[in-house]
Design a protein around this ligand. Structure first.
Ligand code: MGD
Ligand code: MGD
Ligand code: MO
Length: 739
């Protein structure tokens, strides 16, 4: 059905559109929804899409199960019993909105708008509309990424790119242009370095992992930096199996090789970078033997990887979450940015593309947290939690209130008490927050909590006073644009009384601050968001995806700076290899290695009791964070939480494949099923994150078993790097024994 957007196939209506969230995902693949009346019955990848080429992951293929799940929240519910009792009264939307409006106005009067905090999790459409609701609805500056320790998901990388390059970059896998691999201007990267990322499963940050395989088939070589032998690591020319959390040392050693052997692009460095000599002096401190000792990676391999990368033209880096989840996260990101820059791979075809959302459309469509922020009074902006102590939080490309600071504020009431906590797409202590029991105790203290979610989560049961039923993607009209092409999302069904995040925000905004919400309905709001593209929602829906023109080497053409001059969008106009502004803030202006707070070098004494390094949260095929646990098919593939352990270590501990084991450290213990795997270092184990059991009792104390296998019982909050970003989510310590 080439070119058509909707048609009949027997008893089915087929709609060509885009899947985003809920359930969650970082992408936005083009799909064909098969509906029968008001019911989604089948989903297929659209073979005509130049984005996903008809491919689809198992979560999308099993979408009808989750969408039609009978235990979804169907209508607004007010708490009836005590918090945690799971007793609810059905109310109308008007009653729910009345209750919220009444609370918000009372808090404004008695405490000030800053006492309201909103929280979302990752990459869902809420990243645009919830900030707007926070700033222009609740009038609070406190929009946050939940309790994610060190805001350790993409935000450390975004902050590093912000002050160093002034823009986001992504790997150019030909996805910028509709002609894809046939675009004559595009070049195949000779080498792709995959750093702390497993893109085939995670498809993170708007990047589809399969594009790597497409490029491998065309001849691209791989370097993989990962403590675990992923499928891609097994195909790599060089696999650097490092100790979790030692990435900054590795990055600096690679820079050392590139610089000392003269393997960098001298012309680019001279013309477009600031502080190269200082970076060179810092890198020289990271001698390969010293770094082998820190990282466990043989020095010959470090040198081989550095040479392979620096000699390739073009080359690019596909980085991931493990960059962020360390106290030195910003430094790791800085050293990776430096590698890309000095090898001359910035904004060249097949290199690291400097990117903004297609056609400049970020509202509703994109992971941007600034809708409404610029117009907020400066005095109120200064009250955002964390920004006084951690000034980099003002400069990040996706700035938020700092999650750890929010937690401390709830606990202490300083600098002001938190009166209301609004959770719209985060399952706080089941997944997003570290130190789960601490987050749980803190939220119990907040006087008024609201959860907006399609399902009744442990967070909703434990501390919600009000639960609002959120629509899923098939029930939503909206947009997608992370990063290109610009895509439409079309509603095909309605589930009970669910409303979309956009509808909820618009209704509340109109009540609380109508002048900032002038749109009659969501379609009018979407049309406003689409203004920069000069297209209406209806027009976009008829095309599904549109691609903008691509420009390379934008820094030479004056396409990055507001003043229209050549250069980068930074204070110096150059790539800041050395950061003056960090000196102003009392921070190290150059990348450096900082040890994880727990480990063989920081806490050798503690390692006697907890001798294994614990890394966590490697993405599984079946689940998106704490979602999908209720899906029959996906749970059949993956019924239990898994602890990956080397067979040698398991044998010493008397553990067999399939045994339930305890994972324990000084924060507590949880149970998972051992899976023996030689792909992990004998000194390291990996525990899955985000486990809860929808089939178990909801009410306390069980709370869907949320404390039984939740790896974040063992992680920590409020231990971050000096920038405030980056926390050791993937590099703590533990012991393991048979349960
Ligand atoms: N130990 C450890 N912990 C980790 C990680 C790790 O690697 N290790 N990873 C961390 C990372 S990177 C992140 S980003 C966080 C993620 O943490 P979160 O993003 O908070 O993820 P979830 O816990 O799945 O909570 C999301 C909730 O939103 C609901 N939802 C989904 N889509 C929508 C929607 O469109 N609208 C609304 N209103 N609700 C929706 C889902 O039903 C679910 O209940 O977890 C972090 N936690
Ligand atoms: N199916 C699925 N997809 C998802 C998600 C999901 O929950 N499920 N979550 C989404 C979210 S929010 C995010 S942030 C992305 C994250 O997706 P990715 O960036 O791919 O992150 P992870 O899968 O957590 O880890 C990637 C790799 O880092 C390795 N690793 C662990 N510790 C270290 C370390 O210290 N250094 C290095 N160099 N590597 C390390 C792990 O072994 C793993 O292979 O995925 C997104 N996509
Ligand atoms: Mo994330």
């Amino acid at each position: 059905m080439s070119g058509k957007v909707q048609w009949k196939e027997g008893e089915y209506t087929v709609t060509r559109t885009c899947q985003w969230t809920a359930p969650g995902c970082h992408d936005g693949c083009q799909v064909l929804y098969y509906t029968k009346g008001n019911k989604l019955v089948k989903v297929e990848g659209d073979p005509e899409s130049k984005y996903n080429f008809g491919r689809l992951c198992m979560r999308c293929l099993s979408l009808p199960e989750l969408v039609n799940e009978p235990n979804r929240v169907k209508w607004p519910m007010k708490r009836a019993g005590e918090r945690g009792e799971n007793k609810w009264t059905r109310i109308t939307w008007d009653e729910a909105f009345d209750m919220i409006e009444d609370k918000v106005r009372t808090i404004w009067k008695d405490y000030g708008p800053e006492s309201i905090v909103t929280a979302i999790g990752t990459g869902r459409n809420t990243w645009s509309i919830v900030p707007k609701l926070t700033y222009d609805g609740f009038k609070s500056p406190n929009f946050s990424m939940g309790f994610l320790p060190g805001d350790s998901c993409y935000l450390p990388r975004a902050a590093a790119m912000g002050t160093m390059i002034g823009d986001f970059f992504i790997i150019d896998a030909s996805q910028l242009d509709e002609r894809r691999y046939d675009n004559p201007e595009w070049k195949l990267p000779e080498v792709v370095m995959i750093w702390g990322n497993n893109p085939l499963i995670s498809n993170g940050d708007g990047f589809l992992g399969h594009w790597i395989v497409d490029m491998m088939k065309r001849g691209t070589k791989l370097i993989v930096v990962d403590p675990y032998l992923t499928w891609l690591a097994s195909k790599a020319d060089v696999w650097l199996q490092l100790r979790p959390g030692s990435d900054a040392a590795l990055g600096l050693a690679m820079l050392n090789v590139m610089i000392s052997e003269g393997l960098y692009d001298k012309e680019f460095v001279d013309k477009w970078t600031y502080g190269f000599d200082k970076l060179a002096a810092r890198a020289a401190e990271y001698d390969l033997q010293k770094v082998e000792n820190i990282t466990w990676v043989p020095k010959e391999k470090i040198a081989a990887a550095a040479r392979l990368f620096a000699n390739a033209k073009p080359a690019s880096i596909q980085w991931g979450l493990a960059v962020d989840t360390q106290v030195a996260g910003v430094s790791v990101a800085n050293s990776i940015c430096a590698m890309v820059a000095i090898t001359g791979n910035l904004d060249v075809p097949g290199g690291q593309h400097i990117i903004r959302p297609a056609f400049g459309v970020s509202k509703l469509a994109h992971v941007s947290s600034d809708w409404g922020w610029a117009e907020m009074p400066e005095e109120m902006r200064q009250k955002r939690l964390g920004v006084q102590e951690y000034p980099l939080f003002k400069y990040g490309l996706a700035a938020t209130a700092r999650g750890d600071s929010v937690l401390e504020t709830i606990e202490t009431g300083r600098p002001y008490p938190i009166q209301m906590y609004w959770m719209e797409s985060t399952n706080t202590f089941a997944c997003c927050g570290g130190e789960a029991k601490r987050v749980y105790a803190a939220l119990k203290k907040v006087p008024f909590n609201v959860v907006v979610d399609p399902v009744l989560t442990p967070s909703a049961v434990a501390f919600a006073d009000l639960v609002l039923p959120a629509a899923m993607n098939v029930e939503r009209d909206s947009l997608r644009n992370w990063w290109t092409p610009l895509r439409s999302i079309s509603k095909v069904t309605q589930y009970e009384e669910c409303k979309t995040d956009e509808e909820i925000a618009l209704a509340l905004g109109k009540r609380l601050n109508p002048e900032k919400w002038p749109w009659e309905n969501v379609e009018a709001m979407i049309n406003h968001a689409l203004e920069p593209a000069g297209i209406t929602f209806k027009e976009l829906e008829s095309k599904v995806q549109i691609w903008p023109e691509v420009h390379y080497k934008k820094y030479e053409k004056g396409l990055l700076r507001e003043d229209g001059e050549p250069g980068f969008n930074t204070d110096t106009g150059m790539v800041n290899l050395y950061q003056d502004i960090f000196v102003e803030w009392g921070l190290d202006p150059l990348p450096y290695h900082e040890e994880p707070p727990y480990g063989p070098i920081s806490t050798p004494e503690l390692m006697k009791e907890y001798p294994l390094i614990l890394t966590t949260g490697r993405r599984p095929w079946e689940f998106f964070h704490s979602e999908h646990r209720q899906s029959g098919t996906l749970r059949e593939f993956h019924p239990d939480p898994l602890l990956t352990i080397n067979p040698e270590t398991a044998a010493k501990l008397g553990i067999k494949d399939g045994d339930w084991v305890w994972i324990e450290n000084k924060n507590g213990r949880v149970k998972q099923v051992a899976t023996l795997d030689p792909g992990i270092d004998p000194r390291v184990v990996h525990g899955e994150h985000a486990w809860w059991f929808p089939e178990k009792e909801a009410a306390e104390p069980t709370l869907y078993g949320v404390f039984e296998s939740n790896i974040n019982v063992l992680t920590t909050q409020c231990t971050t790097g000096p920038t405030g970003y980056g926390a050791p989510l993937k590099n703590t310590i533990c012991k393991v024994y048979k349960a």
